[in-house]
Design a protein around this ligand. Structure first.
Ligand code: 2HG
Ligand code: ZN
Length: 470
């Protein structure tokens, strides 16, 4: 398993074991003894990430329930020189939300506020520990939902989704998580609280702190409350799954449908090897009698049934095998082929997850070259690709290499950078990709980001090692 920094002194911030920890007592006075976990068994689920690739032991886990408690916890930790790793639903895939060794894990899951829904502004204030599914349940009676949706909706917390600027399946229509944020309340490392929750549409009064904190991966502040924009939850939904001869065809059709169908919600892709894994591990029958190299899944949603318009657009496409679904069960059946990739891959082993973006025009060439790059770097490695095709975002999951053997990561990320892409489309840098940040961010960019980090967290309390490395 990959472990980051070792326990001990590091840049003035200490990490140590929980035995005889006086900090634990001081934190218990703030959040209650039941919310300071020092026992190894109780800490365990906070210490390993979803992929099982990243793990480290925590000094303790502390679970504040409010901004005030989080502020007192951070004040105490920074004063004690204790390193802190903020954690939401622990669904991150780049090792940015689990300890590297000896840090305090600050879990936001108890921040469960669900504020009244402002149906005029279409906004709501929620606690950082509310999950995406909980939020959608809360706002559904008003015909609303969050504009970002993703497969880990039942566990991913909104604080974590903002902190990582999560993407998911509806980005082509509603943008990424930063675009859903109307305001945040967050605690800086020294316990000071920055709060912009008024929701004013026009408020040009200096730096946009909410925009800066979105995507900062827990390195600048701990998000505690969020004011989120909502979008209509359209009642009528249509899904189409098509077999494609190659990626170029899938890219072209997705672009054509996007240009002519404003109700398009999602355009996703997966390939034959991933489909085989999903069918085997989830016990699903293949979607079509014939196997295709590439599959394209489209979803449209509107007030009126978008199925006729979707079918009309697709009538001009040469795709003999197309499955349509409008009923929830049938739609879920088609979506399962795409959404169950992550789980099926994890059943095969511990993957290296390389979440990358390419210019759309380069996607076919990338797909052709990436398989070769992977096997040249490690002949025993196997790449499974899938992703959000309309945004040029592919998830290259590699099975085979040991968790800390980075030869394949190096080959794929260099290929991506050489083709004008991004080494992280939506999952973030975490600790997984710090070595390659320089491939797609200039020295001036990195220096500016480090200056912001040093200004907001001068003692380096928050998420040491994430984004920039050690
Ligand atoms: C998805 O699109 C998620 O399903 C997870 O971003 C991707 O498992 C992955 O690599
Ligand atoms: Zn994704």
């Amino acid at each position: 398993m990959v472990r980051g920094g070792s326990s001990g002194e590091d840049a003035g911030v200490t990490t140590e074991t929980s035995a005889g920890d006086s900090l634990a007592g001081r934190l218990a006075a703030i959040v209650g003894a039941a919310n300071v976990l020092t026992d190894a068994d109780l800490r365990a689920t906070y210490e390993t990430d979803w992929t099982r690739r990243f793990t480290g032991s925590a000094r303790l886990v502390v679970r504040p329930a409010s901004t005030g408690e989080a502020a007192a916890v951070l004040r105490e930790c920074t004063a004690a020189g204790a390193a802190v790793v903020p954690q939401g639903g622990n669904t991150g895939l780049v090792g940015g939300g689990v300890p590297r060794g000896g840090e305090v894990v600050l879990s936001t899951r108890r921040m469960q506020e669900l504020g009244p829904v402002d149906t005029v502004a279409r906004e709501v204030i929620v606690g950082a520990g509310v999950t995406l599914a909980q939020l959608n349940e809360h706002v559904r009676p008003h015909g609303l939902r969050l504009g970002v949706d993703l497969a880990s909706r039942d566990s991913a917390t909104l604080g974590g989704m903002v902190a990582t600027n999560a993407g998911g399946i509806n980005v082509l229509r509603h943008g990424m998580m930063r675009a859903q944020v109307a305001g945040v309340e967050a605690v800086l490392a020294d316990g000071r609280v920055v709060s912009r929750l008024t929701g004013l549409k026009r408020d040009n009064t200096g730096y946009d702190l909410a925009g800066l904190l979105a995507g900062s991966e827990g390195t600048l502040a701990v998000m505690t409350r969020l004011r989120l924009r909502l979008v209509p939850s359209f009642p009528k939904v249509a899904v189409a799954l098509m077999g494609m001869p190659d990626v170029a065809a899938a890219v072209d059709i997705a672009a054509m449908v996007r240009a002519s169908l404003p109700s398009l919600n999602a355009a996703e892709t997966f390939f034959a090897p991933g489909l085989e894994l999903v069918c085997r591990h989830a016990g699903l029958a293949a979607p079509f009698a014939r196997e295709y190299p590439v599959y394209l899944l489209l979803e449209a949603a509107d007030i009126n049934d978008p199925a006729p318009a979707l079918a009309e657009v697709l009538a001009h496409v040469d795709a003999p095998d197309t499955a349509f679904a409008t009923e929830p069960r049938d739609r879920a059946r088609l979506w399962a082929y795409r959404e169950r990739h992550t789980e099926a891959i994890s059943k095969e082993g511990v993957p290296h997850k390389l979440d990358v973006a390419l210019p759309l025009a380069s996607l076919p060439e990338f797909v052709e070259r990436v398989g070769r790059a992977v096997t040249e770097a490690d002949p025993g490695a196997r790449a499974i690709l899938f992703g959000h095709i309309a945004d040029g975002n592919l998830h290259v999951n590699v099975l085979g290499p040991e968790p800390d053997d980075e030869r394949v990561d190096e080959a794929v990320l260099r290929l991506v950078a050489g083709m004008g892409g991004s080494i992280s489309a939506e999952h973030g840098i975490g600790v997984a990709k710090t070595r390659w940040l320089h491939l797609t961010r200039s020295a001036a960019d990195i220096a500016a980001m480090k200056a912001v980090k040093a200004a907001l967290d001068p003692k380096g309390t928050l998420n040491q090692g994430v984004i920039f490395g050690d």
